[in-house]
Design a binder for this molecule. Structure first.
Ligand SMILES: Nc1ncnc2c1ncn2[C@@H]1O[C@H](COP(=O)(O)OP(=O)(O)OP(=O)(O)O)[C@@H](O)[C@H]1O
Length: 338
């Protein structure tokens, strides 16, 4: 499988350097010798389906999981031999909430500041600054239990930044949140990058979310299959995406191949193919395909199309949807129980 070239490489020394990073769980090779670099101030995304190895990678980079092989440096510190230095340089925001909802927003931050050994005056000043930044200052003395999912995530972001890390790791930061809250949270993340020039490494399986990243590594079965900016990745698809539903897909596919030189694939009863200048070609397609056309659509490629092009599969599948639903359910139960 080809790995897309890294077309745009930001200037300066990398803040995350990963070389041949590998992790086995028994016989399973969950992460298979991946290599990449992230540059200061970048929002770098790891995009891939459930089970691709995203969490395993982020856990290794956060020093929570020991690599089986390979090496990595964060802010110049070696992941294995300088673990404490790495930990001082990073902030973490995980999939599952880790706030104490019996405490107030400010108490949660104060506890974290104590763990990091921040002097009282510094802690007070940063708590104030960060609570304002995530728009929770007015709610600082209220119990986290009364917060919405989006507010809790914002508080987690503030907490992850208390010790002024150089790199913030976010594992599926918006999982289980509704689309509007996800959008809102992203405006905070982008704002944060602008204000603090912080480097962010995040994992996601949401295509729209990956679009916010400066660069994306697409990961599948523990390997990076492409790494580039979202727009350059989409260029790989090679034109617009045309979907066609006909009364006889076999005949239509043959005619498209004959007249346009592309071989459509069948997906859920539709013929799908990529071609440059799709909109202008629609009348000719209608003319050349003799099977009755029930529907035809043309759109610009998405990252989903890139993933299909690279792996032959869609990134979302029903199993993943079901797993995510279950995760949201478990999370709401856990919060409810406390
Ligand atoms: N502790 C573990 N023991 C054994 N296998 C594991 C363990 N953690 C993960 N795996 C396996 O390693 C592979 C990669 O999992 P990982 O959680 O890193 O993927 P992911 O891309 O983050 O997916 P998800 O979003 O579902 O967490 C999967 O096959 C998973 O089942």
């Amino acid at each position: 499988m080809a790995v897309a070239s890294e077309g745009v490489r930001p200037a300066g020394a990398p803040i995350i350097e990963v070389e041949g990073l590998t992790r086995h769980y028994g016989k399973l090779e969950a992460v298979k010798g991946i290599s990449f670099e992230v540059y200061p101030g970048e929002i770098f995304g790891f995009l891939g389906p459930n089970g691709a190895g995203k969490s395993t990678t982020i856990n290794m980079l956060c020093t929570l999981l020991r690599p089986t092989a390979g090496r990595a440096r964060i802010a110049g510190y070696d992941l294995v031999t300088q673990r404490n230095k790495v930990r001082e340089s990073i902030g973490l925001i995980f999939q599952d909430p880790s706030l104490d909802d019996r405490l107030t927003a400010d108490e949660n931050l104060r506890f974290h500041a104590t763990v990091y050994g921040l002097p009282a005056a510094v802690s007070k000043q940063r708590r104030e600054e960060l609570l304002k930044m995530v728009d929770l200052y007015d709610r600082r003395d209220q119990l986290v239990r009364t917060f919405s999912g989006g507010m809790k995530r914002r508080l987690e972001i503030a907490r992850g930044l208390l010790h002024y890390p150089r790199v913030l790791f976010l594992d599926e930061p918006t999982i289980g949140l509704d689309p509007q809250t996800r959008l809102h949270l992203w405006s905070y993340i982008l704002n944060l990058r602008q204000q603090k020039q912080i480097t962010m490494f995040l994992t996601t399986h949401y295509m729209d979310e990956a679009e916010y990243c400066d660069r994306i590594a697409i990961i599948d079965h523990g390997k990076i299959v492409a790494l580039d900016t979202p727009s350059r990745l989409k260029d790989m698809v090679g034109g617009d995406v045309i979907r066609l539903r006909t009364s006889d897909n076999a005949v239509a596919a043959q005619q498209i191949k004959e007249h346009f030189g592309v071989e459509p694939r069948e997906n859920k009863g539709e013929l799908v193919f990529e071609i440059a200048g799709g909109e202008e070609l629609v009348p000719r397609i209608v003319e050349k395909v003799t099977a009755r056309i029930a529907s035809i659509s043309v759109r610009r490629p998405t990252l989903d199309d890139v993933f299909i092009k690279l792996t032959g599969r869609e990134i979302r599948d029903e199993e993943a949807d079901a797993r995510e639903l279950m995760r949201g359910f478990m999370r709401s139960r856990r919060w409810g129980r406390r």
